[in-house]
Design a protein around this ligand. Structure first.
Ligand code: NAI
Ligand code: MG
Length: 490
């Protein structure tokens, strides 16, 4: 455990505040197909570990093409009844799932932190409430689709293949399953290989609320399992969140198929701070933007552009704030920065940080306290002396690493912010409302936050442009991706 650094010249030493709730983790998990946990056809399994300790948590079934085929058949068989169910009845199931998620929130939050490494404060206060919110929100839409798309006779697509990453495992599952079900589709979900546990526990909640068998099927495994989901001819839609590289691959694989596709991919999002911004508030927003969830966020504000005349003041304030971040046990309620999700991700971050230094950027890493001996850890840090051409200013790092650059005019800020293949999110910090609207309108990003960062709501569509993908999740726009419309344009 680390102790807190000096605050106002005073050395606070917090007592640890460990979370006492312990979820019931089985030693092994099967695939969830047709309402039951079943053995994979080939009988293979892999382990999921706790990245904070390196210890195994459970063995997980490894699904292959044959298992995906079973899951698709179950989803197709369930689809007829599910799509014809009265929408108010479908909504009742979603409401029940939302309520069970709330009731089990503490165990699931702990499980999420154990399997993925994120601080309990985040999984408890952000992931779980938002996951429940997505089911509540979409339950409300189930019987109002004809109002959402008036005159367009909305119809479900059929079986949806959904592939999700490890940064928000349960939340991503909720983001994808809730709208699909509300629209009358059935689902085959493939969780990420390092974080399958919360999705499998969600499956237990589906059993408890008696969701009809086959409506949601969960096939665990790594990239090959994901590829089997994508390639199955029975899929009517693929929704993918993950790396741009895999997203491109999926797009190629589906190029000649009549299938609906949404991709939510990587980012290198700019956070732009003008001299007239409330500096303390902006510092907090930048901290939220890059050090939330260890920087394992697709929309992380990983490029910071500060107006040149305030850069010294801003960097000093940021450094002081960074020194107060506590790195350590994800299950300690005082922890700000938890464990890096996997050893592969840690070495990816480390090699990019090394490359930044080799290319001449200046690394600032104020917190020099000892890190836990076991597990995957990376201190929060930032770089100055960064030019647009440097690797760390161009490539997604997906870790707690910020690249700071400056600008002199709003035009320069916009030009530099847009100078990236990505277009997921952006942040603007200024006291002037007119400037907010002017800048936001010119930023090439799916989401622009003004005087805040990393805010999410089930009613608000999320998604990117350019190499960050296409399609939206959340809100009415997110529903559109799960429906066939006829008789009009929505
Ligand atoms: P990834 O894109 O390989 O993994 C995401 C999901 O896709 C996982 O469930 C994985 O099993 C699955 N997958 C992998 N290969 C597949 C294939 N050929 N067909 C279908 N599904 C496949 O991401 P990875 O390797 O975990 O992380 C690499 C980098 O990707 C990170 O450093 C980060 O830059 C970025 N990333 C972005 C995310 C986002 O939210 N946009 C989430 C995770 C990673
Ligand atoms: Mg794990």
């Amino acid at each position: 455990m680390t102790s807190a650094p000096s605050i106002d010249g005073f050395n606070w030493d917090y007592a640890p505040a460990p979370e006492r709730t312990r979820p019931d983790i089985a030693s092994e998990y099967g695939l969830f197909i047709d309402g039951e946990f079943v053995e994979p056809v080939a009988g293979k399994s892999f382990k999921t570990v706790n990245p904070a300790t390196g210890r195994k948590l459970a063995m997980i079934a490894q699904g292959d093409e044959a298992d995906v085929d079973r899951a698709v058949k179950a989803a197709r068989a369930a689809g007829g009844r599910w799509s014809r169910l009265k929408p108010t009845e479908r909504a009742k199931y979603l409401f029940r799932i939302a309520r069970r998620l709330q009731e089990c929130a503490r165990e699931l939050a702990v499980l999420e932190s154990m399997d993925g490494g994120k601080p309990i404060r985040e999984s408890r206060d952000i992931d779980l409430p938002l996951a429940a919110q997505h089911f509540f929100y979409h339950a409300g839409w189930a019987d109002k689709l004809h109002w959402a798309f008036a005159g367009c006779q909305p119809k479900p697509l059929g079986v949806c293949g959904q592939i999700i990453p490890w940064n928000f495992p349960l939340l991503m599952a909720a983001w994808k399953i809730a709208p699909a079900l509300a629209c009358g589709n059935t689902v085959v979900l493939k969780p990420a290989e390092t974080t399958p546990l919360t999705a499998l526990h969600l499956a237990k909640l589906f059993q408890e609320v008696e969701l009809p068998p086959g409506v949601v099927n969960i096939v665990t495994g790594a990239g090959e399992t994901g590829a089997a989901v994508v390639e199955h001819p029975g899929m009517k839609k693929i929704a993918f969140t993950g790396s741009t590289q895999v997203g491109r691959h999926i797009m190629h694989a589906l190029a000649d198929r009549d299938i609906s596709l949404t991709l939510e991919l990587g980012g290198k999002s700019p956070n732009i701070v003008f001299a007239d911004a409330a500096i303390d508030q902006a510092v907090e927003g930048v901290v939220q933007g890059i050090w939330f969830n260890q920087g394992h966020v697709c929309c992380a504000g990983s490029r910071l552009f500060v107006e040149e005349c305030i850069v010294d003041e801003f960097v000093a304030a940021l450094r002081e704030r960074m020194a107060k971040l506590r790195v350590g046990d994800p299950l300690d309620k005082n922890t700000d920065i938890g464990a890096i999700n996997s050893t592969e991700q840690l070495s990816r971050i480390q090699s990019l940080v090394e490359q930044g230094q080799q290319e001449g950027c200046i690394l600032h890493e104020v917190n020099d306290e000892a890190l836990p001996r076991r597990g995957n850890w990376h201190r929060p840090c930032f770089f100055t002396g960064v030019e647009a051409a440097h690797t760390i200013a161009r490539e997604e790092i997906f870790g707690p690493v910020l690249a700071i650059m400056t600008f002199r005019t709003p035009e320069e800020a916009i030009r530099r912010a847009n100078s990236t293949p990505y277009g997921l999110a952006a942040g603007v910090w200024t006291d002037k409302g007119s400037k907010v609207f002017n800048i936001a309108a010119q930023l090439e990003a799916g989401v622009v936050w003004c005087n805040t960062y990393n805010r999410f709501d089930a009613a608000s569509p999320f998604g990117g442009c350019k190499a960050s993908g296409f399609g939206r999740e959340g809100g009415r726009h997110g529903l559109r991706a799960y429906l066939k419309l006829a008789g009009g344009v929505a």
